[in-house]
Write a protein that binds this ligand. Structure first.
Ligand code: FAD
Ligand code: NAP
Length: 305
C-alpha cells in the first residue's frame, strides 16, 4: 500500500514523485516502457529553465530520476496494464503481474508517436521508416531523407538530420508550418533542407529490404510525384497513452484525459502532463502539472484519511 502511485516517468511523473515524496508521503513511480518519457528521444532541450547551456533530453530526465530517488521515491520498472478505480484503495496491475495498491494515483502516461497509416509504413519500420531522428539519424550519413510534418518536432528532426544526411526534404500537408518562428527561421537558414508544401504521403515503397521512394499526392490538384529517398522520418505528433483508462475515467474524443485543474473524473485520481494537455505539450508544463497533482494528492490524503 502506498500513498501516491505515479504512473509514468516523464517530467510530469518525476515532478509529481518529487513533490509527493518531499511532502512525506510514500510514493511509488511506475516507469513504463519509455523510462524518462518523450524527452529521451530528443537531442538538446533549450527551453527548460535552469540550464543556461542546452541540456540533452536523456541527461535532463536522468537528473529528474536521480532527484526522485534522492528524496525517497521508489521507482519500479513495470507498465500498468489495467486499473480498478471503483474501490479504495485503488488497484493498478502491472504487466509483470504485480498489483499496486494506492490511496491516490497520479496518471502521467504522456503520449506516443503517431504514424501516417499509409501502405509501406509498417513494412519498412526500422528499415528506413522511423519516428526518432536521434535514434536513427546516424544510419543516414550522406543519404537523402524525408521528414513528414510541420510542427516543432518535424522541424527539429529535419535540422538534426542535417548532421548526417546530405539532403533533408521536409514534406508538409499545408503551405504553412505550425512550428514556432525561431524553429522556422533555423529551418530556412539551413542549406541542406528543402521544403515540399501541400503534399501528402500516399505510399512508402522500397526494394523489399529498405525504403527507396515516396509516392506524394498534391493536396490541391491531386497530382502525384515519386520522390527518391533513403529514409523517412514521421513527425506528425503524438497520441495520449490512455488506453488503460478507457471506460474507467473520463477521456475526450481525442483520447486526452479530461481534467479540472489536475483532478480527473474520479476523486483521488489526478492527471498531469501530455496525457491531459492537447494544448501546450511542453516539458515545463508537464512538470508544473506534476507538481500540482502531487500537491492536490497530498491535500486529498490529509482530508480523507
Ligand atoms: P512523457 O514524456 O510522454 O512520459 C510518459 C511516461 O509514461 C513515459 O515514461 C512512459 O514510459 C510512461 N507510461 C506510458 N504508459 C504507461 C503505462 N501504461 N504504465 C506505466 N507507465 C506508462 N518539450 C519541451 O519543453 N522542450 C523541448 O525541447 C521538447 N522537445 C521535444 C522533442 C521531441 C522529439 C518530442 C517528441 C517532444 C518534445 N517536447 C519538448 C515535448 C515534451 O517531451 C513533452 O511535453 C513531455 O515529455 C511530456 O511529459 P509527460 O511527463 O507528460 O509525458
Ligand atoms: P504538432 O505540433 O501537433 O504538429 C504535428 C504536425 O504534423 C502538424 O504540422 C500537422 O499538420 C502534421 N500532421 C499531423 N497528422 C498528419 C498526417 N496524418 N499527415 C501529415 N501531416 C500530419 O506535434 P509536434 O511537432 O510533435 O509537437 C508536439 C508538442 O511538442 C508541441 O507543443 C511542440 O511545441 C512541442 N515540441 C517542442 C519542441 C521545442 O520546443 N524545441 C520540439 C518538439 C516538440 P497541420 O499543421 O496541418 O495540423
Amino acid at each position: 500500500m502506498t500513498d501516491i502511485l505515479v504512473i509514468g516517468s516523464g517530467p510530469a511523473g518525476y515532478t509529481a514523485a518529487i513533490y509527493g515524496s518531499r511532502a512525506g508521503r510514500s510514493v511509488k513511480l511506475i516507469a513504463g516502457g519509455q523510462p524518462g518519457g518523450q524527452l529521451t528521444i530528443t537531442s538538446l532541450v533549450e527551453n527548460y529553465p535552469g540550464f543556461a547551456d542546452p541540456v540533452s533530453g536523456p541527461e535532463l530526465t536522468d537528473q529528474m530520476r536521480r532527484q526522485c530517488e534522492k528524496v525517497g521515491t521508489e521507482i519500479i520498472y513495470d507498465t500498468i496494464k489495467s486499473v480498478d478505480f471503483s474501490r479504495r484503495p485503488f488497484v493498478c496491475t502491472g504487466e509483470s503481474g504485480a498489483f499496486y495498491e494506492s490511496r491516490t494515483v497520479v496518471i502521467a502516461t504522456g503520449a506516443n508517436a503517431k504514424w501516417l497509416g499509409v501502405p509501406g509504413e509498417e513494412k519498412y519500420r526500422g528499415t528506413g521508416v522511423s519516428a526518432c531522428a536521434t535514434c536513427d539519424g546516424f544510419f543516414f550519413r550522406n543519404k537523402t531523407v524525408a521528414v513528414i510534418g510541420g510542427g516543432n518536432s518535424a522541424v527539429e528532426e529535419a535540422i538534426y538530420l542535417t548532421n548526417f544526411a546530405e539532403k533533408v526534404i521536409l514534406i508538409h500537408r499545408r503551405d504553412q508550418l505550425r512550428a514556432e518562428k525561431i524553429m522556422r527561421d533555423r529551418l530556412s537558414e539551413n542549406p541542406k533542407i528543402e521544403i515540399m508544401w501541400n503534399k501528402r504521403v500516399a505510399e512508402i515503397s522500397g526494394d523489399g529490404g529498405k525504403v527507396t521512394e515516396l509516392l506524394l499526392a498534391d493536396v490541391e490538384d491531386g497530382s502525384e510525384t515519386v520522390l527518391r529517398i533513403d529514409g523517412v522520418f514521421v513527425a506528425v505528433g503524438h497520441r495520449p497513452a490512455t488506453s488503460v483508462f478507457e471506460g474507467v475515467i473520463e477521456i475526450d474524443e481525442n483520447g486526452y484525459i479530461v481534467t479540472k485543474g489536475v483532478c480527473t473524473s474520479t476523486e483521488g485520481v489526478f492527471a498531469a502532463g501530455d496525457v491531459c494537455d492537447p494544448r501546450y505539450r511542453q516539458a515545463i508544463v508537464s512538470a508544473a502539472q506534476g507538481c500540482m497533482a502531487a500537491m492536490d494528492a497530498d491535500k486529498f490524503l490529509s482530508a480523507n484519511l
